[in-house]
Design a protein around this ligand. Structure first.
Ligand code: G6P
Length: 466
């Protein structure tokens, strides 16, 4: 699909566009895309008339025409039904996603998936090459497009190319299992600057690149093929002002009160908000909650646990299993500890608009963010940004990027169920005033490192070229 002859000085490429097309009763409409990548990048793009976002519409088959959104251009890339299975569900989400998340489920290696991954990466690179103005800045995002920097560098050596990985980069010992480890590192090294969420991921990447290419790596700079690629940690933030604005909105506040009342006005509400993904540690927090009830350390008369699980990647290995396990646990806890008309766990397998999520963040005394591994986790930051009165306790896994910044959270190891139980119990029983100084400290961090600041830091460093 062409976009006239127009070219753009700033091009973003990500697997998904910021909106996805859904069909309801024969009519199509655009709704916000899931995940942290889109929510962080959207404010960066808003009202930039010289920016274009290249990505997939969320629907397989022939693409739609380019269109305007929030004052910038969206340029859809076509992904066929077959490619959806091999490139997206296969190589992206059943090879790279589990491998990069510490092989929490076994990654699968299939040559047909790899072929489709290469084909789709070629298509993205060709589209960007066509849309980018001479000397333009191109920012490529995430694990679906690891080959695009190298392909683009060959087609358009004039471009400034940045790449940001939103998920963790694994330890070298894991990464080198990948049969296509050399092609992927070569692809990434087409970028001038590679950004990762944490210093650990940046180190892991440099060690893997040194091992695979044999290239000298000094001080986060890799010299390869007569070029230099810089590597750095750029932890992503949220649009803190937007969330704070929603938290101050009387309609959102009224909704928050209404939700709490509908839960039976319990003394303590614990909340989890996640895509339904095996990396998120939803099962572990439900098991911990069940044990706390069984041991009488928390009481179903006073506590309610709300879990929002956004449907995600239901066709991919591991996702059906985690859904069944979570739903069995919810049924088990409610069957054993609920009373008629008052379930102790409220579970929604539905996505929610951000207004509804902020209303939930506001009514939750304890926020449970317990992933086994997570690049950043923006839900943790959204919760903090929704607590202007400094109340509320964030229980946060050490294995999230967010834990590097939100050091005042109640940090837990999600593999240590007794430690998690102790943290949940003390958070649920804590006097709200005692939590205030921790929340105040976390709010400072979230306000200082917004999505906008993150993008500025990355793009300034890319522009500097040193
Ligand atoms: C994570 C990834 C994103 C992805 C999102 C939603 O945040 O880093 O790249 O878009 O999950 O997943 P989905 O498979 O629905 O795009």
């Amino acid at each position: 699909m062409v976009d006239g002859d127009r070219t753009w000085s700033f091009v973003v490429a990500a697997n998904r566009l910021p909106v996805r097309r859904v069909w309801e009763e024969g009519t199509a409409r655009w709704v916000p895309s899931p995940g942290g990548l889109v929510s962080a990048l959207r404010p960066v793009m808003a009202d930039n008339p010289d920016a274009v976002w290249v990505g997939w519409s969320g629907v397989p088959g022939p693409g739609t025409d380019p269109f305007e959104m929030d004052g910038f251009r969206c340029h859809p890339v076509e992904v066929s039904q077959g490619e959806l299975q091999l490139f997206y569900e296969g190589f992206s989400n059943a090879t790279l996603w589990p491998l990069f998340h510490d092989a929490l489920v076994p990654p699968e290696y299939h040559r047909t998936w790899w072929d489709a991954y290469r084909t789709v990466n070629h298509r993205y690179a060709a589209t960007v090459a066509q849309l980018a103005a001479p000397g333009a800045t191109v920012w490529i995002h995430d694990y679906h497009l690891l080959l695009v920097p190298g392909l683009l560098r060959r087609a358009r050596p004039d471009l400034k190319i940045g790449f940001f990985l939103h998920i963790p980069f694994p330890a070298r010992e894991l990464y080198i299992r990948l049969p296509w480890r050399t092609e992927i590192i070569d692809g990434l090294l087409g970028a001038d600057l590679i950004g990762l969420q944490t210093p650990l991921s940046a180190d892991n990447f440099c060690r893997a690149a040194a091992r695979v290419t044999g290239a000298p790596t000094t001080n986060k700079t890799i010299h390869h093929d007569d070029r230099t690629t810089r590597v750095g940690a750029f932890p992503i933030g949220i649009d803190a002002q937007r969330i704070a604005g929603l938290a101050a909105d009387p309609a959102v506040q009224a909704r928050s009160t209404e939700i709490r009342r509908s839960l039976g006005s319990p003394r303590t509400v614990l909340l989890g908000v996640d895509r339904l993904d095996y990396t998120k540690g939803i099962e572990v927090r439900l098991r911990a909650f069940r044990e706390l009830l069984a041991e009488g350390r928390l009481s179903a008369d006073h506590c309610v646990f709300v879990q929002i699980a956004e449907p995600s990647r239901s066709q991919v290995t591991g996702y059906g299993e985690v859904r069944r396990a979570v739903e069995q646990l919810v049924g088990d806890v409610n069957g054993n500890f609920g009373v008629m008309g008052h379930p102790v766990v409220h579970y929604l397998h539905q996505s929610q608009p951000i207004e509804e999520l902020v209303a939930m963040y506001q009514m939750a005394d304890v926020m449970l963010v317990t992933p086994l591994r997570d690049g950043m986790n923006l839900v943790a930051k959204e919760y903090v940004a929704s607590r202007p009165d400094n109340s509320g306790v964030l229980v946060l896994s050490e294995f999230t990027g967010a834990a590097q910044e939100l050091k005042a959270a109640e940090l837990i190891n999600p593999h240590d169920i007794e430690g998690l139980k102790a943290a949940m119990e003390s958070a649920a029983l804590r006097n709200p005033a005692d939590a205030r100084s921790a929340m105040r400290a976390m709010r400072r961090v979230v306000r200082a490192n917004t999505a906008q600041r993150w993008a500025e830091r990355f793009l300034d460093r890319l522009a500097l070229g040193e």
